[in-house]
Design a binder for this molecule. Structure first.
Ligand code: UD1
Ligand code: UDP
Length: 373
């Protein structure tokens, strides 16, 4: 039997974390698959942190990141550079992940090359084209171009079906839970190295979404100042995303604020350990919304909508938006009321069971027996 040539393409930190389990499974079955890895390096340092941790060695590195890049140059760089890659490698299938510009542009380029696409984490939707921007439309287009849909949840399956897709949908769970379990099981980390005070309750904050740039991020920072002022027993730790739009606002608002620790983005191992030791998590991250519920941590989402409603329905995640008063009120409630805290701090796992990558690779195995197009 001929081996299946699988090209995995990704470019940012979360894509790398969520593709790592799939790549590891493909590599374990080298009798069946030729696994080729292409990174666009839409992110550089934040991608390299993950590649090193999971020992992923890209076969191709497009190295496209530019300082403060815009969507037009990013899209055209990926679209054009991937053309040559598809023509030279001629893969049987390309795997992309999620909703970044790498994902969308690499998928369009694959479609032009008539390469079948498998979309990992397919079917997430807010049904609002500007929230999140540009990710909602990136994932809609990627799904329209794909042939295989690895949907993490029932909701994602329904979203795909409602959009008229009838073939190729597989419910797999989210590979982020595979990555999380692997990391929690295999890597400990001493958080004292970060400079946190062990006598204080830790609130972990991350925010990087484009729709929060400017006024909303200022409001989030103001909420942090009010919270540390009102509560002398808390500290806030914020691994600040490298996007210059985030860095400039956060450092100008929060630098040198008592009990607010601004640090560089953390490698996945310390970050997972920090999530585990935090009391509350405030975030606009997609991945963190999926990971924190399985660690039993209450999450307040710094957005007005989410494409991940499952944990809201389970009660561990709440939408807090980007209004200063609303963020303060919701956080203060969790700090003041054990009842409210315990209601949210339960471990639930609506996003996966750690076996998503295996299911994805099993679907690919079936393709060894039938032609892809
Ligand atoms: C991107 C994705 C977003 C995802 C996020 C994950 C798009 C349009 N956005 O947003 O969906 O949630 O990644 O973090 O695909 N930078 C560095 N080093 C790095 C990474 C970024 O310096 O390792 C700086 C660069 O100046 C770069 C800028 O951040 O130009 C923006 O990076 P970009 O990937 O365009 O946007 P993100 O905000 O990271
Ligand atoms: N993460 C990390 N270090 C950090 C912040 C986040 O390793 O300093 C991980 C986090 O655990 C999750 C992923 O990065 O798996 C989320 O990435 P991000 O928030 O950048 O993107 P999103 O998920 O919103 O697209």
């Amino acid at each position: 039997m001929q081996k299946l040539k699988v090209l995995s393409v990704f470019g940012t930190r979360p894509e790398a974390i969520k593709m790592a389990p799939v790549i590891m499974k493909l590599q374990q079955q080298s009798d069946l698959f030729i696994s080729i890895i292409c990174v666009t390096a839409q992110h550089r340092e934040m991608l390299d942190q993950v590649l090193e941790l999971f020992n992923i060695k890209p076969d191709i590195d497009l190295d496209i990141m530019k300082h403060n890049q815009d969507l037009w140059s990013l899209t055209s760089d990926v679209l054009l550079k991937m053309k040559d890659i598809y023509q030279n490698i001629n893969p049987d299938i390309v795997l992309v992940h999620g909703d970044t510009t790498t994902t969308f542009a690499a998928s369009l380029s694959a479609f032009y090359s008539k390469t079948p696409i498998g979309h990992v984490e397919a079917g997430l939707r807010t049904f609002n084209r500007y929230y999140p921007f540009p990710e909602e439309i990136n994932r809609v287009i990627t799904d329209a171009l794909s042939s295989f849909y690895f949907a993490p949840t029932d909701r994602a399956v329904e979203n795909l079906q409602k959009s008229g897709i009838t073939n190729g949908i597989h419910k797999t769970g989210n590979t982020v839970i595979d990555a999380l379990i692997h990391t929690v099981d295999n890597h400990a980390y001493n958080l004292a190295q970060l400079g946190l005070n062990p006598g204080l309750k830790t609130i972990l904050l991350t925010s990087h979404r484009r729709e929060n740039f400017g006024e909303p991020l200022h409001n989030i920072c103001k909420a942090v100042k009010v919270l540390v002022e009102q509560n002398k027993d808390i500290q806030v730790v914020y691994p600040v995303h490298k996007n210059p739009n985030v860095q400039s606002t956060v450092y100008s608002e929060l630098n040198n604020t008592d009990r607010v620790l601004l640090i560089d983005p953390l490698n996945y191992v310390p970050f997972v350990n920090l999530m585990k030791s935090s009391y509350i998590i405030l975030t606009d991250s997609g991945g963190v919304q999926e990971e924190a519920p399985s660690l039993g941590k209450p999450v307040l989402v710094l957005r007005d909508t989410t494409e991940r409603p499952e944990a809201i329905e389970s009660g561990t995640v709440k939408l807090a938006g980007s209004n200063t008063d609303k963020i303060v009120k919701n956080t203060q409630l969790l700090l003041d009321s054990d009842y409210e805290y315990e209601k949210m701090a339960k471990a639930v796992n609506p996003y996966g069971d750690g076996l998503a990558a295996e299911r994805i690779v099993n679907v690919l195995k079936e393709q060894l027996l039938i032609p892809l197009y």
